[in-house]
Design a protein around this ligand. Structure first.
Ligand code: SF4
Length: 352
């Protein structure tokens, strides 16, 4: 009953997406890695570009890390891009270029968790493997009136139990990959967090939360962590016809990505430790107005950044470098640096 209602709806309403037109585990794996952190509409152009540049696991395994990060730049969670490359190298180096066809095999790859393993195995290999992402969790929480706060272990475990019990097998004449995708599609398009459309939902007659009149109460509200506000000053410093960039240190957050010279403001004053003199002694803000203010959120940090014009008259050495403005968008920039770039474009119309 559940499957036939959901399956018919999915057959009728499924969006034609490029990763749904293939059974290639590589392409499906890449799409799932992107979709874990962004919406379909945002992921689409990244997916097309990534697959055009790295069409198979061997090209990804052979690529330089900088190039992979550049293709990923703007999607965030850069550790995921590094893990994709590391996993590709392992598949090529140790598995002869063939992807595993078991859950244990996928879970042994860098960056692959239960969700990705379930997605690739069910969609590409047609295996009876469950998955739970944020959309599926919301659908299950409402459909079965599952107690537990969003983000809680209790809710996650109960939803995985349901997913394992409900995923069909091809022996039932049903495709497990379609079931998993139908659940995710329902969560993304009808059973949304902000405005569930129960009146057109194929599961409305069996949905516990709807029958109880408590759709808004499932899943339970997330326990909030206080967001820490960080104030930054960002320097868009010109050096001749180029702009100055800094590469983030290896081993830290967003390691290896490029950003504009940045320092933290503490109670309105600069914190020298985040504007290291040894790198930036020749850099200085130019007199005059700021280029604008930006906000940006990273995990539990809410960033307020003031963007200032600057100049640089010193010789550059790593981690500093400079780049013509028109080439910036092709580099592996942090998400905040991309926002700065967008602000520059809006101010100048186009960067030379
Ligand atoms: S009836 Fe409403 S709450 Fe229940 S699954 Fe459908 S959209 Fe979600």
């Amino acid at each position: 009953m559940l499957w036939s209602a959901l399956g018919e709806w999915f057959e009728r309403e499924r969006r034609a997406l490029p990763w749904r037109a293939t059974r290639d585990p590589y392409a499906i794996w890449i799409s799932e890695a992107m979709l874990q952190q962004t919406r379909v509409e945002t992921a689409l152009p990244y997916y097309e570009r990534f697959l055009a540049r790295f069409p198979d696991v061997r090209t990804l395994a052979a690529a330089e890390e900088d190039e992979v990060l550049a293709q990923w730049s703007g999607l965030g969670y850069y550790g995921r891009a590094r893990a994709l490359r590391a996993a590709a190298r392992l598949v090529v180096g140790e598995l002869g270029g063939r992807f595993p066809s078991t859950r244990a095999g996928w879970l042994a790859l860098p960056g692959v968790g239960p969700y990705t393993a379930g997605a690739v195995l069910s969609i590409a290999f047609g295996l009876r493997e469950p998955l739970v992402d944020g959309n599926v969790q919301r659908v299950f929480a409402r459909l079965f009136a599952v107690e537990g706060a969003q983000g809680s272990k209790e809710l996650a475990e109960r939803c995985w139990e349901l997913a394992r019990a409900l995923v069909p097998s091809t022996q039932d004449g049903l495709r497990p990959g379609d079931w998993n995708q139908a659940l995710m599609e329902l969560g993304a398009r009808l059973c949304t967090a902000a405005a569930p459309r129960c009146e057109v939902c194929p599961l409305r007659s069996t949905c516990r939360a709807r029958i109880l009149g408590k759709v808004e109460e499932f899943p339970g509200p997330r326990a909030r962590k206080a967001g820490q506000v960080v104030r930054l000053e960002i320097l868009v410093a010109s050096r001749g016809d180029e702009l100055v960039l800094v590469q983030r240190a290896a081993g830290g957050r967003m390691a290896g990505l490029l950003e504009f010279p940045t320092r933290e403001l503490v109670r309105g004053r600069t914190a020298a430790r985040l504007w290291p003199a040894r790198h930036l002694s020749g850099l200085a803000p130019a007199p005059g107005r700021a280029l604008g203010e930006l906000t940006h959120t990273i995990t539990h940090h809410r960033i307020h950044a003031r963007v200032r014009p600057g100049r640089c008259e010193c010789a550059l050495a790593p981690p500093l470098r400079s780049c013509p403005p028109e080439q910036l968008s092709g580099l592996a920039l942090t998400g905040l640096a991309r926002k700065v770039l967008a602000r520059l474009l809006s101010l100048t119309g186009a960067l030379r």
